[in-house]
Design a protein around this ligand. Sequence first.
Ligand SMILES: [Zn+2]
Length: 139
Amino acid sequence: MYPISKKISIGKKALLEKDIFTNDEISPSAIVNFICGDCNHQNTVEIIPYQSGYPIIQMYHNDQVLSKNELLKNGLATETSTGMQHFGEITVNNLPTLYFGTACSTCHSKYIGVFSYGEKQPGLTILNISGIWKYQELK
Ligand SMILES: [Zn+2]
């Protein structure tokens, strides 16, 4: 996993084996499998709560990587419900939202993943991945 700092364009969404993980499935980490759309290789990403990922605001602040509109339009995140705005203006499932960059281990195509993590209600901790998309850096 790595942070993204340059402007990018979003491409096709990769096939995810599973996008919602709860309680025990996240302890000590969630293992996320996705299929590279270019070479069909199955890649694995390990998401460790409170360690993995970078705050999504770092992407849309000053439109540095993607604008808020681009994030919404491509379905990476949605507008946060009133009353949950302390988690940010745009989130996944109204929980603290993070992103990461990763590359296919076989063909090195670049991917961006977006997920949220937190306690949805007492006793229910959810890790929700909105998706993993191919991306390209803009020149
Ligand atoms: Zn690939």
